[in-house]
Design a protein around this ligand. Structure first.
Ligand code: HEM
Length: 485
């Protein structure tokens, strides 16, 4: 029987008689349209690509598990965090931000750190970066910001003029720019970096009481970074260096691990804290809100298939579970829309039914049909709600926690504009070699900027963070430093 053998087949399962020679009319004759296998093979090949992610296109992923190591049930009712020792399967995708799918790993860029927890109450995604802050704090600026990181529409080259023009006109970026230009801007491997949820989120407990929360994943491998010259050489020799390192480490049985901590802020503190705690360009002081251990994440399994898992995984900051909710962070609010929209475009309306995205708990809803429905589409079951036929009903105990809103609907800016203290604190915390590295990197990155007014505007921001910071960049660029305090 054909079916018993490991025969090559067409996609409809028919055995392929010859996979080396096209069907031709005789020895020298043209190829026949009757060669269905050839036609299918060429046509499917033409359709192998889906759109790459508009940002974070280059990535590497792994499977693993998350164990709760500390009782946080007083803060959240999330079932997967409910008791010490509880284990939840997870998948992580690391990425660079600006480069295309085939771009080099060892570039200076934030790294995506996006985790999908397959919990019994649905998938919880924490789509963060390896930095605790971001360049901007309102989603309305994101497409413009990303344009400056991508290629020039005419030259198709990266464009330092746009990068520094935008940053110098968006001083809220200074904190993140300082981190990016520091030695942490090029991690040695994906295993040797921390991860952050970056935004503020809300945790809600069984009693319906909320707290604000920020997430920190601390690498157990230690933080290690790459020397920029070596990174540039590796980018040429092995552009997939980080991807390979992660895969080989897991293959060798060296399973990378991270401890998860949170900072917890009482809800009321948000009204009186010295800056808006929902501003993603700021970190909360760990003196004010110390780290509280939550659990441990271990990556112990490589993907079996890169496309099916790493490319098709769809991670969204909007994927919450009961006990974890959004905050009013304006960036986060924009992201709640952007990701699922990208997924419908990039993977399709039924992306959550693919094996890598499918919740590992029952899914009951009345979404039906759509392109490429891979499951039984709800079979013959009830397909609307409310109904009189015993279909799934809503769960009022899982309504989100109510929160008050006040004020006029308007295009409202954050009400504080100190973009300098935290960037300056970071500079002052650096050792002299770290400062020298930072200045060198910034000077190297700003040298190609063609207009002095852009450079001088940016030097002004460095100067406001710390006069020495500004003076040293000015000196390196051969431009005048600002005067006075
Ligand atoms: C990927 C939008 C800010 C981390 C993406 C994607 C979009 C996007 C459209 C591609 C999604 C896909 O095709 O699957 C935005 C918007 C932002 C924003 C509109 C601002 C409003 C941020 C911030 C962080 C972040 C602040 C981190 C704290 C990531 C990560 C990925 C990603 C890690 C890759 C996810 C994956 O591995 O599949 N972003 N982003 N983004 N973004 Fe953002």
């Amino acid at each position: 029987m054909t079916a018993d053998k490991n025969y090559l087949t067409t996609s409809t399962g028919a055995p392929v008689g010859d996979n080396q020679n096209s069907l031709t009319a005789g020895q020298r004759g043209p190829v026949l349209i009757q060669d269905i296998h050839l036609l299918e093979k060429l046509a499917h090949f033409n359709r192998e690509r889906v759109p790459e992610r508009v940002v974070h296109a280059k990535g590497a992923g792994a499977h693993g598990y998350f164990d709760v190591t500390n009782d946080v049930s007083q803060y959240t009712k999330a079932a997967f965090l409910s008791e010490v020792g509880k284990r939840t399967p997870m998948f992580i995708r690391f990425s660079t931000v600006a480069g295309e799918l085939g771009s080099a790993d060892t570039v200076r860029d934030p790294r995506g750190f996006a985790v999908k927890f397959y919990t019994e109450e649905g998938n919880y995604d924490l789509v963060g970066n390896n930095t605790p802050v971001f360049f901007i704090r309102d989603a309305i600026k994101f497409p413009d910001f990303i344009h400056t990181q991508k290629r020039h529409p005419q030259t198709h080259l990266k464009n330092p003029n746009a990068v520094w023009d935008f940053w110098s006109l968006s001083p809220e970026s200074l904190h993140q720019v300082t981190i990016l230009m520091s030695d942490r801007g090029i991690p040695a491997t994906l295993r040797h970096m921390h991860g952050f949820g970056s935004h503020t989120f809300k945790w809600v407990n069984e009693q319906g009481e909320g707290v604000w929360v920020k997430y920190h994943f601390k690498t157990e491998q230690g933080v290690r970074n790459l020397d920029p010259k070596l990174a540039a050489q590796i980018a040429g020799d092995n552009p997939d260096y980080h991807t390979e390192d992660l895969f080989r480490a897991i293959e060798r049985g060296e399973f990378p691990a991270w401890k998860l901590y949170v900072q917890i802020m009482p809800l009321a503190d948000a009204d009186t804290y010295r800056f808006d705690p929902f501003d993603v360009t700021k970190v909360w002081s760990q003196k004010d809100y110390p780290l509280i251990e939550v659990g441990r994440m271990v990556l112990d399994r490589n993907p079996e298939n890169y496309f099916a898992e790493v490319e098709q995984v769809t991670l969204s900051p909007g994927n919450f579970v009961p006990g974890i909710e959004a905050s009013p962070d304006k960036m986060l609010q924009g992201r709640l829309f952007a990701y699922a929209d990208a997924h419908r475009y990039r993977v399709g309306a039924n992306h959550n039914a693919l094996p890598i995205n499918k919740p590992q708990c029952p899914v009951h809803n009345n979404q039906r049909d759509g392109a490429m429905r891979p499951d039984n589409n709800g079979g013959s079951g009830v397909y609307y709600e409310p109904n009189s036929f015993g279909g799934p009903t809503e769960a009022p105990q899982h309504r989100i926690s109510a929160f008050p809103v006040t004020g006029n609907a308007d295009s409202v800016a954050y009400d504080h504009n100190d973009h300098y203290t935290q960037a300056g604190d970071l500079y002052r915390l650096m050792s002299e070699p770290e400062r020298a590295y930072l200045i060198d990197t910034i000077v190297g990155a700003m040298k190609p900027v063609e207009r002095d007014d852009i450079k001088i505007r940016q030097i002004g921001h460095f100067y406001k963070a710390d006069p020495e910071y500004g003076r040293r960049v000015a000196e390196g660029l051969g431009l005048p430093a600002p005067q006075g305090e």
